[in-house]
Design a protein around this ligand. Structure first.
Ligand code: PAF
Length: 282
């Protein structure tokens, strides 16, 4: 695996693949990799000739009170995992390489679907994500880009942006990787105490209970009430518990496929998860 830290050296590394018209799969990450990221790499390997992974902790997607400075930076361990997973090129630029010295005056802002869910409590977060992913798409010029469904809203934002800006890139969503007890894998799980780690899987259990309630004729409102109550009882501080359509439109009843979304804190650690609930007419 090659590791490149500048746009110029990345271009040089990708030139032979581009010349030979090989397809490029791209997995953008912020590092601190776990099996969820590696699943994205494996999916990219299945669908593309060459796999490029970026590791860049993007300052402009963190709010002033978020964990940018403390975000785990584990480049050496990440490189090893990526090499083992079969990544061809790792792009690990510095903040200076990505944003330079001059003030940045352009941002990519995706409307409406960034005002719901995480967008409500993380002002500017999705502008930061859309802006850096746009830059990375221009730099890497992939054929296909891979994102985890754990950040369902992020995936929806990237799909919308890719369509709106006519990027010739297929965006592929990859299912959530879970620990054996159901906890969605996340870099933030590392912040949990042993006790919190034992409680954390309750999010997924509550989501699957809500799914079961919906499939056995509960109303959507009742299922959401039950979901909130179960999380509060387990000790979570709820940020949101909501149901939306897969493309993030409001829903009032379970009469189509819906996604159940949870963001909740255990101590200082904010966890998110979601579950797609399929609707079948009876
Ligand atoms: O999901 C992430 O790790 C980040 O939001 C992304 C897509 C790499 C953009 O910085």
């Amino acid at each position: 695996m090659k590791t490149e830290t500048t746009v110029q050296s990345l271009n040089a590394a990708l030139a032979p693949a581009r010349l030979a018209r090989k397809t490029i799969g791209f997995v953008p990450t912020m590092g601190n990799l776990h099996q969820g990221h590696l699943n994205l790499v494996l999916e990219a390997k299945k669908l593309c000739d060459i796999v490029v992974v970026s590791i860049f902790v993007n300052p402009i997607q963190f709010g002033p009170n978020e964990d940018f400075d403390n975000y785990p930076r584990t480049l050496e361990a990440d490189s090893q995992l990526l090499a083992e997973a079969g990544c061809d090129v790792l792009f690990a630029p510095s903040v200076q390489q990505m944003y330079g010295d001059q003030p940045r005056r352009t941002a990519v802002v995706v409307g409406e679907i960034t005002d719901v869910l995480c967008g409500r409590s993380r002002a500017g977060h999705f502008d930061g994500v859309a802006t850096v992913v746009t830059k990375l798409f221009h730099i890497v010029q992939p054929d296909t880009a891979f994102f985890g469904q754990k950040d369902w809203q992020q995936l929806a934002v990237i799909r919308q942006m890719t369509r709106d800006l006519s990027f010739p890139i297929d965006v592929v969503g990859v299912p959530i990787a879970r620990a054996e007890d159901g906890l969605a894998l996340s870099s933030r799980n590392g912040y949990l105490t042993d006790l919190q780690r034992k409680v954390a899987p309750k999010i997924y259990q509550s989501l699957t209970d809500a799914e079961h309630a919906l499939q056995t004729q509960s109303s959507l409102a009742d299922a959401l009430t039950q979901l909130r109550a179960s999380l509060t009882k387990a000790g979570f501080e709820i940020d949101y518990v909501e149901a939306l359509s897969p493309d993030l439109a409001p829903v009032t009843a379970f009469d189509q496929d819906i996604v159940l979304f949870v963001a909740a804190k255990l101590g200082e650690t904010r966890l998110i998860d979601n579950l797609l609930v399929k609707y079948t007419e009876h």
